[in-house]
Design a protein around this ligand. Structure first.
Ligand code: SAH
Ligand code: SF4
Length: 353
């Protein structure tokens, strides 16, 4: 019998699982309270749960599967965790501090198969998907780390923007979202959660059809197919004429603002004409579009790229603004601790080679 992580089960799944085995319904409430409110780390700490139920849970589930390998804290309070999974693979999780709360960036796959030409994660092809439990545990681990500091800080936001393509691990990511959103658990509001995709159009339709109102971000990075294919080879499979209709479908169903991520690469996609072309691409839903301009973080292996000049980024932003498209610049946090996507992990992997 294979044990799995209990964090991977939604409240309903755990209730059904317990009831099928002759336990009463309220046991699931007790177990969830111990797991997510009291945040215990072994089943025998569940004081009001009967022994037979504890044995049953212990036989089938793990609570902790991640081992903390490295924690780095930056001068701005950003924290980066490197975890070892039960099978020895390494993943990373980042905690960022904003004026609106604490946001955790989670990893969804070990590596990534999309292979964007600017990304450190894409250098390492995917070796497997993370389970829902492993994704939830990243949040739990960070929250427990905060609990130890006795400042009563709470993870209030989640960005699914770490290593991996979340929509390529759809079911596990959905279970993760349901677990963290559940009000008797961590109770992180759907509107405080953002999922970022490289643009798997067929999965954007599925995502729009789910019943959880989390935010969507699309990594657009270029305003036309030629350039986008150069930067992200996934554009061959899902060119703009496939991607944009899936986004329109999402907007029709949700009527929620969508974020477009745009990595600023010097002399590649940062010219005035690109800003104009981008504003045309988004014109028909400009009231629901927000462009996040991301200064490129250099990755040793991608020496063909450089970060755009600050003045160029500013000009790009102004051009979008003049054409009615809202945008902002996302200056990275934790620059002194390799907090960009995949960087800590790829350094560790290199050391290990
Ligand atoms: N796979 C999903 C989500 C994770 S990657 C997606 O592509 O949307 C998400 C983001 O990581 C990219 O959009 C980009 O914002 C950021 N990123 C990756 N490599 C980067 C780099 N070298 N510099 C700055 N940001 C980077
Ligand atoms: Fe994968 Fe996202 Fe990196 Fe592209 S940017 S390689 S989709 S993690």
């Amino acid at each position: 019998m294979m044990k799995t992580s209990i964090y991977g089960l939604t409240f309903k799944e755990l209730t059904d699982w317990l009831v099928e085995r002759g336990e009463q319904k309220f046991r699931a409430e007790q177990v969830w309270d111990w797991l997510y409110k009291k945040r215990i780390t072994s089943f025998d700490q569940m004081k009001n749960v009967n022994k037979s139920c504890i044995t049953l849970l212990d036989e089938h589930f793990f609570i902790k599967t991640l081992t903390e390998e490295i924690v780095q804290e930056s001068s701005d309070g950003t924290m980066k965790f490197l975890f070892k999974l039960a099978d020895g693979n390494l993943i990373e999780t980042v905690l960022m501090r904003f004026n609106y709360g604490l946001s955790v960036c989670v990893t969804t796959q070990v590596g990534c198969n999309i292979g964007c030409s600017f990304c450190a994660s894409g250098l390492l092809t995917k070796s497997r998907d993370l389970t829902a439990g492993e994704i939830v545990e990243q949040i739990m681990h960070v929250q427990m780390h905060l609990d130890k500091r006795a400042k009563e800080e709470r993870v209030s936001h989640i960005v699914v923007i770490g290593i991996g393509e979340p929509l390529d691990n759809f079911d596990n990511v959905m279970n993760f979202l349901y677990v963290v959103n559940e009000d008797r658990g961590l109770n992180i509001g759907a509107r405080h959660i953002t999922v970022s995709t490289s643009g798997l159009a067929h999965k954007i339709y599925d995502f729009a059809d789910t019943d959880i109102q989390v935010n969507l971000a699309v990594s657009i990075h270029a305003p036309n197919n030629d350039l986008r294919t150069r930067i992200m080879k996934i554009n061959r499979a899902f060119p703009l004429e496939k991607l944009m209709p899936s986004i329109k479908y999402y907007l029709q169903k949700r009527n929620r603002r969508i974020t477009y991520e745009y990595i600023m690469l010097h002399d590649v996609n940062d010219k005035e004409e690109h800003a104009r072309e981008l504003s045309t691409l988004l014109a028909d839903h400009r009231h629901l579009a927000y462009v996040n301009l991301i200064p490129y973080n250099s990755v040793d292996e991608h020496d063909q790229y450089r970060r755009s000049e600050t003045a160029t980024i500013q000009k790009f932003h102004e051009t979008l603004k003049k054409r009615g498209i809202a945008s902002g610049v996302r200056w990275e946090q934790g620059a002194d601790i390799d907090a960009a996507c995949g960087q800590l992990r790829s350094k560790q992997m290199k050391k290990a080679e």
